[in-house]
Design a protein around this ligand. Structure first.
Ligand SMILES: *[C@@H]1O[C@H](CO)[C@@H](O)[C@H](O)[C@H]1NC(C)=O
Ligand SMILES: *[C@@H]1O[C@H](CO)[C@@H](O)[C@H](O)[C@H]1NC(C)=O
Ligand SMILES: *[C@@H]1O[C@H](CO)[C@@H](O)[C@H](O)[C@H]1NC(C)=O
Length: 409
């Protein structure tokens, strides 16, 4: 998978994984959890969970469902599903859902971006976590031709499927449902495992089975590349499953953590800072700098890693780093100090330094709308690296979730 995909606005901010508990070695058997009707709050998706359903909501938060619990987002503990989707309990006491998807139907704003949850022969439509009037309904009433007791469902917008559609999965059958005409086509992709959950992420389609997933083409079912892959490396933040980046994407798909690609075997655990300059990605880890060529499948450039001192003329540790497009400067943040280093000067030297009004910076990035500085669960937005350097008091902190919405502005 490429890290520089077609996302609407792609940036990286490094997430610290050191606070997480250590995961025991070896892969647990997902079947061991399969028959339990009720799960407690200790349920840990890093143990290898086979999800019942996965769907994003209208804000780009992704929900992973298992039994009567769910996880919101790509990190954090399990919580009871009925905290987020209250009515689920009043109608059914089985404590699970079969399938879920987010509706893509811009022609019909009344339905667009609603989450549909499926349980046996019923469908629940939620918007903003409120059950729509008239729901639950029989699946057949809303989606004629689609069977009960589904395994998985996923939206497939026009452009990715021929028309705005939904793919439903049951056993080895796939039902393509055309939203406008309500026509259903049944097919089988025998090479694809039976999916227990399906998820669309950044125009790509993933079938989840066991604790693994397989990417498939939503029209042909074609699988390209090496699959299945372990979901814990990609769709959740698990200790011992690689150093993970947080990636800020389109407002519709939200924030997604992403692993350091396999190709970067040199930097398999905790990275301190990352920045892009020209077509290269710089990774700072301890007192070493790794430079990968983004144009050539992220291959490590010969002669690297080098020490921070040698490459950038500074000492470790580094908390964050960013470079803005059309500038030859990299900004390195160490504690409350920010250093500006000219990447065209040899030897490298600090051109300017500044004292920041933010005590603990986790990550920083520069994009078309300015500089964002991340600290804990909040971020600070600056017009430019210059305004950051000259600011004496921190601006109003913004919740990191709103970064998703701010992404395209
Ligand atoms: C939520 O679910 C739990 C476990 O299934 C149950 O004990 C609790 O009563 C439910 N809460 C509500 C408000 O329905
Ligand atoms: C997939 O589902 C079909 C039913 O449609 C079932 O016969 C088959 O055994 C399932 N395959 C696996 C590997 O579970
Ligand atoms: C940020 O999140 C906190 C707690 O979740 C909330 O109370 C606050 O209103 C949020 N602030 C903004 C600007 O959304």
């Amino acid at each position: 998978m490429t890290l520089l995909g077609q996302s609407l606005c792609l940036y990286l901010a490094v997430v610290c994984t050191s606070a997480l508990p250590v995961h025991p070695d070896g892969l647990p058997d997902p079947g061991a959890l399969g028959d339990q009707a009720h799960y407690n709050a200790e349920l840990d998706r890093c143990d290898g969970i086979e999800f019942d359903a996965i769907t994003p909501d209208e804000k780009g938060n992704t929900f992973f469902f298992k039994g009567d619990h769910l996880w919101k987002g790509f990190q954090g503990p399990a919580q009871l599903s009925n905290q987020s989707f209250k009515e689920l309990d009043s109608y059914h006491h089985l404590g699970h859902i079969d399938a879920a998807f987010r509706m893509h139907n811009t022609e019909n704003p009344k339905d667009h971006d609603h989450i549909y949850l499926f349980l046996e022969d019923k469908v629940f439509s939620y918007y903003d976590h409120v059950l729509e009037e008239g729901y639950p309904k029989d699946i057949q009433q809303d989606f004629p031709g689609v069977p009960s007791q589904l395994d998985a469902a996923v939206e497939c917008p026009k452009g990715e499927c021929g028309t705005d559609s939904v793919l439903f999965f049951k056993g080895s059958d796939i039902y393509t449902y055309d939203i406008a005409t309500k026509l259903v086509k049944r097919k089988q992709w025998s090479h694809l495992p039976n999916c227990t959950a399906a998820f669309r992420w950044l125009e790509h389609y993933y079938c989840f089975h066991g604790y693994s997933f397989t990417r498939f083409h939503p029209v042909t079912g074609e699988v390209v590349g090496t699959y299945p892959k372990d979901a814990r490396h990609y769709f959740m933040r698990c200790p011992n499953f690689g150093g993970i980046y947080m990636r800020l994407d389109s407002h519709r798909d939200g924030i997604h953590p992403f692993p350091i690609p396999k190709a970067w075997k040199e930097v398999t655990s905790g990275v301190d800072a990352v920045f892009f300059y020209t077509d290269k990605i710089y990774i700072i880890k301890g007192d070493q700098v790794y430079i990968y060529n983004a144009a050539a499948h992220f291959t490590l450039i010969e002669g690297y890693p080098k020490t921070l001192k040698e490459e950038l003329g500074i000492e470790s540790p580094v908390d964050a780093a960013f470079a803005c497009a059309n500038s030859n400067m990299v900004h390195i943040i160490q504690g409350r100090k920010m250093f500006e280093i000219d990447l065209t000067a040899t030897p490298r030297a600090v051109v300017r330094d500044a004292l920041l009004p933010i005590p603990k910076v986790d990550a920083a990035l520069c994009g078309p709308d300015g500089v964002k500085v991340f600290s804990g669960s909040v971020y600070y937005k600056y017009e430019s690296s210059r305004t950051l350097a000259f600011s004496r008091i921190a601006p109003e902190p913004l919740n990191i979730t709103s970064a998703m919405l701010g992404c395209e502005d």
